[in-house]
Ligand binder design. Sequence first.
Ligand code: HEC
Length: 164
Amino acid sequence: MLKSFLFFFAVALLAIACLPMQGRSPQQPPPPPASMPAPAPALAPPQTATTAPTAAVKNPVKPTAQSQAKAKALYQIDCAMCHGDNGNGKTDIATSMELTLDDWTDPKTLAGREDWELFNVIRVGKDKMPPESSGRATDNEVWNLIIYLRTFSKSQPPAAAPAQ
Ligand code: HEC
């Protein structure tokens, strides 16, 4: 007798506890009317303001044996899967992602491209080319990467300053 009373008491408590919750739900704010103006599109990718150089910027680094060794290591980790170990762009990923990659082993390919232009592509990304964030490579490391990319079209890498 007492047990069933307790049971009904518990059920009644539960029902009361649930009531205010049901009562609250219709009070949620109505959805905004469909005529709300769409937010203005961003004018430029956020990275460009801080890191992207312009035409006036020359490659500020002088390659050393160490900086080029670092560039090669970075290239092999972050770039070679698409652009290829020798920079010719003929990789399985390029084929499977249907990427149109330049052949950097041909001296004509990068001859007309300025370093700052390549810097922007690497930092900001372009189409399916992912950006290389400043967390993965410093500005100087990107400039060194560009010097490294340009060695693919030379049979011999350029003479680097001797290691200190
Ligand atoms: C997911 C594949 C992929 C990876 C990884 C990648 N790239 Fe690219 N890269 C591309 C594609 C695709 C383009 C062509 C973009 C375009 O012009 O539409 C490109 C273009 C470039 C260009 C512009 C010059 C040119 O030949 O078109 C440079 C420079 C470049 N990549 C450097 C790098 C460097 C350095 C890395 C590593 C930090 C890297 N890429 C990693 C796919 C990749």
